[in-house]
Design a binder for this molecule. Structure first.
Ligand code: ADP
Length: 476
């Protein structure tokens, strides 16, 4: 079954777009904060500047009003000319909060004669100056100066009212300009990142392209490692993984070919034997019997191969199939030896057992029995009559050691690391005759590895071999 993987991404999922948009979002927030802060500062500056301009004029007016003792006949023209000169409205208020002069005397909103009970007026009557900015449809600045009335001995007020709409018009202009500039900056940043991100994304695209071709079956391809960044790590890791995959594939092919080959030999033998019986009209009873026995032993051999293969599959399935229990290793080895005693006897090989220490270990008993049996059985198989096979059980505080020592034919040095390979036999013909499948040591090795142990070999041809199995007492 093939899975169809879509390689087309909607644009908003692409790293390039997301990168550029994230940068834009990240730059917009500080920009807005910046614009806001700077606008507040500029407004403050403009308003203070205007107050600094108006306040001295208000003081001058206040002096004049005091000098003429709030006498409208004297102040009227002065108020009106100053108001025209300065472009501000001037209001004079007596100590009862009544407006006695207003430069807007002719306008509809003239306040002359009205009593102004506003907080700023009351504050001035109490002796304090105020400035107040009123924002609204019109933006107006009120500068109110407490003005001494010598006759009543109390305070009146002079109020200068300035329209500051011009300030807010300038501020609006500045704000628009700042926004436009910011927008230009953000757009420039976006485009720059979009273009630059091409350099970041391109190596990733290359990797994807190679992987796609590999998916299509070109497993021998490799990703070129051109940089020294994370992409290089990714490329190297991926190449490494591909090599492992290839290795697995190769091992699998080898394994299948080995299995077929191993099964083919007995099958061919069966075919030859059965055909030679069939091709003759009358086969002597004795010959036919002999042939049938040969056929039967070839079938036994095939059964042994399939049994071993099944055992191998079981250890290959790893931890999930482990059934760990506290195991008495001495008893386990003694049982194995008892079971193999008839084989040793038949081969005239002396089987010895030495118990240096009593050892309890955590192990999958069934698997371990098979692993140790295979090695002891090999010892018996590859030791000529009259020789000995000795099994020693020992331990230190962390590990158990099972040594299987024989006085057999030995294993040449350059073969020693190969004998754990599946179907490997030192001498193909001879070892086949001993009934071996070439799978026994592979099973033992895989089982010991599953128990986090290892197997060491020392061997000399014609002198004998020693296999030392080390198993941790506690598996973890
Ligand atoms: P087999 O079923 O053929 O014995 P094994 O996997 O058990 O397969 O062993 C692989 C090969 O290692 C054997 O064919 C044999 O050549 C060699 N071998 C294993 N044990 C011994 C031993 N004790 N002495 C000499 N050769 C051995």
């Amino acid at each position: 079954m093939s899975v169809i993987i879509s390689d087309k991404l909607p644009w908003y999922y692409s790293i390039r777009w997301r990168l550029a948009l994230s940068y834009v979002l990240i730059s917009i927030v500080p920009l807005l904060i910046f614009i806001f802060t700077i606008m507040v500062a500029i407004e403050d500056y403009f308003v203070r500047d205007r107050i600094a301009e108006i306040q001295p004029r208000a003081l001058i007016m206040s002096d004049i009003v005091t000098r003429f003792n709030f006498d409208t006949r004297h102040i009227e023209t002065r108020v009106r000319t100053r108001s025209a000169d300065w472009g501000v409205r001037i209001i004079v208020i007596d100590y009862r909060a009544r407006v006695i002069e207003d430069s807007n005397w002719a306008a509809l909103d003239s306040l002359i004669g009205q009593t102004l009970l506003r907080p700023d007026v009351l504050t001035a009557l109490a002796g304090n100056n105020t400035t107040e900015l009123r924002r609204g449809e019109e933006n107006v600045l009120y500068v109110t100066i407490s003005t001494r009335d010598e006759i009543s001995g109390r305070n009146g007020a002079v109020m200068l009212v300035a329209n500051v709409d011009d300030i807010y018009a300038s501020l609006a202009e500045i704000r628009t300009t700042l926004f436009l500039y910011s927008l230009a900056v953000v757009l420039a940043v976006f485009m720059l990142i979009f273009v630059m991100s091409h350099r970041i994304i391109e190596p990733l695209r290359k990797i994807v392209r190679v992987v796609q071709r590999m998916r299509a079956g070109q497993l021998n391809l490799r990703i070129p490692v051109v940089s020294r960044d994370e992409y290089a790590i990714l490329a190297r890791t991926f190449n490494n993984m591909t090599e492992k995959l290839e290795q697995v594939e190769k091992t699998r092919e080898e394994f299948v070919s080995n299995v077929s080959h191993e099964l083919k030999t007995p099958l061919t033998a069966i075919k030859v034997l059965s055909e030679s019986i069939l091709s003759q009209d009358s086969v002597p009873e004795e010959l036919s019997r002999e042939f049938m026995q040969d056929i039967s032993s070839e079938v036994d051999r095939m059964v042994k191969i399939t049994d071993d293969l099944l055992a191998l599959v079981k250890v290959d399935r790893r931890e999930q199939s482990m059934n760990i229990t506290q195991t008495d290793l001495n008893e386990l080895v003694e049982d194995i030896l008892k079971r193999l005693a008839p084989l040793a006897e038949q081969k005239k090989v002396v089987l010895l057992y030495e118990e240096v220490r009593l050892v309890q270990i955590e192990a999958d008993e069934v698997k371990l029995v098979l692993a140790i049996s295979n090695i002891v059985e090999n010892g018996i198989k590859y030791t000529p009559g009259g020789g000995t096979v000795k099994v020693i059980v020992d331990s230190d505080h962390q590990n158990a050691y099972i040594t299987i020592k024989d006085t057999g034919i030995g294993i040449p040095e350059d073969e020693q690391d190969k004998i754990f390979n599946r179907f490997y036999r030192v001498d193909k013909m001879r070892d086949r005759d001993t009934g071996g499948t070439g799978l026994g040591l592979a099973i033992s090795h895989a089982t010991v590895l599953l128990h986090n142990g290892n197997i060491r070999i020392t061997s000399k041809p014609e002198e004998g071999s020693a296999f030392v199995i080390r198993l941790p007492i506690r598996i973890n």
